[in-house]
Design a protein around this ligand. Structure first.
Ligand code: AMP
Ligand code: MG
Length: 770
């Protein structure tokens, strides 16, 4: 059974993010996405501090140029004046007219005019949001303004069948993959897959938005409208609109939204628990897209509220067969309350880079988020270092929660939010034994925290949760080191709780090995250089420890999880005592465990690449791996290790192999010394090979499955992005993508040039937030 995107099965309600965590009070339910437009639709995308301990904010994807440029109203001549320009000239004219008014009069008039101008913008934005349906009618997922020329037309330019079959096999995508390849190199109206141009060509909107698959062509268009952020995946019954969404409008008052976060002292734990209880128990709960609220340390400095500034989660999809959850997210789909000064958009190049890297990493079996598709918005310009065109990446992960999600709540003293988030992660994402979600139990006002009665609360979760985050990320980071992956921006908001590599930005795969390599050109100090990555994971885990320290202490003292209210209602000095106790008891052992795991996983990964067995941790490191890493300096990492796969079965002498090896893997000819070191290392390695019970042929064929022939070099992503942007060359993207998903196959034909080291790794890397 295949489902159209808008009817894709969702994670059971009790395990949904939006049912377990707290919504932004400005959009208290998904119904606010219908109700808000009646009031102030701009609030959905105005940068603001999200308050009341909220974990997320409901928001619809809306990829538009920002600052918004709408056509002038009453623009009969069609002279393409923008509303902004029209308003500017109005303001000038008003200033001239009003010169004879006194100050107070002038101020009053200016205020009224400003409100009128704001209303004009609100009115336009309203048309982009889901409308209240007529009685008895279903919600229309494509709001009126998304049908006309004010909506950018879109074109699916990359698709991963592997991600499709491995993550969402039940999603109907129609003939999207064949279609995008058939359109390689073409331009023109019929190469658009979504938006008004595609509608005009097809003679209407795709049918059956919420229904079963249907024909290939229609399914492709429905998929494309979803992947382009045009269709709003909102699930709400018409009778819920008034009762549920009312508060969204009433709650809002401008001062609240702008003054900053509300002091937690004004919060009561009851509010938290009633809100969550209400939602978890509501079987017909409305469901809609959202962005997460998080904070983070950027380059070692606390940066306050960050959040999904250009990412919107469309659905928490559920694969019933594998019992696996997949949060489907659009990146670059427009402004959210967390966009700060950004435009909410992403460039075609950065979207394609994320797509290729995540599919490559998955093929190397390095934990990573996945990418299903890239949709280009050729007519939507985005301003970065230069003007370029926009695109949206559709990416998938079991959860998009990061270390920064805990940090924002602990920094803001939102202890109920910390507790709810911890229970959700421990219970629903990590499935830790004995954890109980207390969202349905009542608040304990007695504060008898000396009670060790655990009848009403689950087992402690904080220590186990932190260890899990640490171990998963240690394993991932060890693989980064062994495969030469550099993330580039290991801020705590880019480190996933479940350990997958996420948020691909100015990443790089090592070419000529240099352990001081920095692949982010705004990282002046080398904080996120290749060799610093393990240290930065340790730093991030320290931040998580700090965020959860009071819980750690509480749980160790009471041998049970905190109940609703217990953390929040305690005073600062009590929490400080718990925090000190927690750090004293656990920090060192968690750090040690992290370091040991990093080291052992790193050594394991190298031993696997080399096809040999451990001879004891210290020999592995000092006799085999460290000298190899030294030797690799100045050699192309991928080519050198792939060539080494020939060594177990070679007829050459060690010294002639050493010479050929270095010649093959060096960018320029290297010194005699290098060849001598290679020879020495190969002699040592021979002994390890001889100690192996496996035959030389078996070792070599095993090595060819651990040492890729292909690596995603920066020049390759650069060329693919340029050919895509300027020549609509989806065929080349496909050629690279195929190599990414089969990295262990020998390169042949046209692909042999992918071995070339080419230009330097750091040439033309995109900046962080492009
Ligand atoms: P990054 O380090 O690229 O993962 O981004 C850091 C923060 O900036 C995150 O909160 C992003 O959501 C936000 N951000 C990055 N680029 C943009 C953009 N173009 N518009 C809005 N927010 C952005
Ligand atoms: Mg990020």
């Amino acid at each position: 059974m295949k489902y159209r995107p808008l009817s894709l099965p969702r994670v059971p309600a009790a395990q949904q993010v939006t049912a377990n965590l707290l919504a932004d009070p400005v959009t208290p339910t998904a119904g606010a996405l219908v109700a808000m437009p009646v009031g102030y639709p701009s609030l959905l995308r105005r940068a603001r501090f999200v308050q009341n301990g909220a974990h997320f904010s409901y928001v619809s994807p809306l990829p538009l140029l920002f600052p918004y440029e709408f056509p002038a109203q009453n623009d009969q001549q069609g002279d393409q004046t923008t509303l902004g320009e029209q308003q500017k000239s109005e303001i000038q004219a008003e200033q001239e007219q009003d010169s004879d008014l006194d100050d107070a009069q002038r101020e009053e008039k200016a205020k009224a005019n400003a409100v009128r101008r704001m209303d004009q913008i609100e009115d336009i934005l309203r048309g982009y949001e889901v409308q209240i349906p007529a009685p008895g009618q279903k919600i229309d997922p494509i709001p009126p303004r998304r049908r006309g020329s004010g909506c950018p037309s879109a074109r699916v330019v990359a698709f991963s069948p592997e991600c499709h079959t491995q993550c969402l096999p039940h999603l109907a995508v129609g003939d999207v993959h064949a279609w995008l390849l058939a359109n390689s190199g073409k331009e023109g109206p019929d190469t658009y897959s979504s938006g008004p141009i595609a509608d005009a060509i097809a003679g209407g909107m795709p049918s059956q938005y919420g229904e079963e698959a249907g024909d290939d062509h229609e399914a492709r268009r429905a998929f494309s409208d979803w992947a382009a952020g045009r269709a709003v995946p909102l699930h709400i019954q018409s009778d819920q609109i008034n009762s549920e969404s009312g508060p969204g409008v009433q709650f809002f008052n401008e001062a609240d939204a702008n003054e900053g976060w509300k002091k937690p002292a004004e919060e009561t734990p009851e509010r938290y628990s009633t809100e969550v209880t209400k939602r978890v128990s509501d079987k017909n709960r409305a469901y809609g897209p959202y962005s997460l609220r998080y904070g983070g340390h950027q380059f070692g400095e606390w940066a306050g509220q960050l959040g999904d500034g250009r990412a919107v989660t469309l659905v928490e999809a559920w694969d019933a067969e594998s019992q696996q959850r997949w949060e489907v997210q659009l990146k670059g789909a427009g402004r959210t309350p967390f966009s700060r000064f950004g435009d909410g958009l992403a460039t075609l190049k950065s979207s394609l880079r994320e797509f290729l890297a995540s599919e490559y990493m998955a093929a190397l079996q390095i934990p990573t988020s996945r990418s299903l598709a890239v949709t280009s918005l050729p007519d939507l310009p985005v301003a970065r270092e230069s003007l370029t065109s926009a695109a949206i990446a559709m990416r998938i992960n079991p959860s998009w929660l990061r270390i920064g999600n805990f940090q924002i709540h602990s920094k803001r003293q939102e202890w109920e939010s910390v507790r709810l988030l911890g229970e959700f992660v421990a219970h629903d994402l990590m499935h830790l034994d004995g954890v109980k979600k207390s969202s349905t139990s009542s608040v304990d006002h007695s504060l008898s925290t000396d009670s060790t009665d655990s009848s009403n609360s689950g087992k402690p979760w904080s220590e186990r949760l932190i260890r899990e985050v640490a171990l998963r990320n240690a394993r991932t980071c060890a693989l980064w080191q062994a495969y030469g992956f550099m993330h580039g921006v290991l801020n705590t908001d880019n480190i996933c709780l479940l350990g997958e590599t996420i948020d691909y930005g100015p990443y790089g795969f090592m070419d000529v090995f240099d352990d001081a390599q920095i692949c982010n050109h705004s990282d002046y100090s080398g904080r996120y250089s290749y060799r610093m990555q393990p240290t930065m994971i340790l730093y991030a885990i320290d931040q998580l420890l700090e965020s959860l320290a009071p819980v750690l202490g509480f749980e160790d003292i009471h041998q049970r999880a905190p109940r609703p209210g217990e953390l929040l209602l305690a005073d600062d000095s009590q929490r400080a005592i718990w925090a000190d106790h927690g750090m004293d008891t656990f920090a060192e052992s968690i750090r040690d465990q992290l370091k040991n795991t990093l080291l052992s996983e790193w050594a394991n990964a190298w031993l696997l690449r080399l096809g040999v067995q451990s001879q004891g941790a210290s020999q592995d490191k000092s006799q085999l791996i460290d000298p190899l890493v030294d030797l690799l300096t100045g050699l192309d990492m991928t080519n050198a290790l792939r060539y080494l796969c020939e060594f177990p079965t070679t007829d050459k002498t060690v010294s002639s192999f050493a010479k050929d090896w270095v010649d093959y893997a060096a960018r320029e000819s290297l010194s005699e010394n290098k060849i001598q070191s290679a020879e020495a290392w190969l002699n040592e390695y021979s002994q390890w090979l001889r100690a192996s019970p496996q035959s030389a042929e078996d070792i070599a064929s095993h090595m060819r499955r651990k040492n890729p022939a292909f690596t995603l070099r920066n020049w390759i992503t650069d060329e693919a992005a340029n050919r895509l942007e300027f020549q609509q060359d989806t065929a080349f993207v496909e050629q690279v993508r195929k190599r990414c998903v089969h990295p262990f196959d020998d390169l042949q034909g046209d692909d042999i040039r992918f071995q070339d080291i080419g230009s330097e790794l750091t040439c033309n890397l995109p900046s962080c937030s492009s």
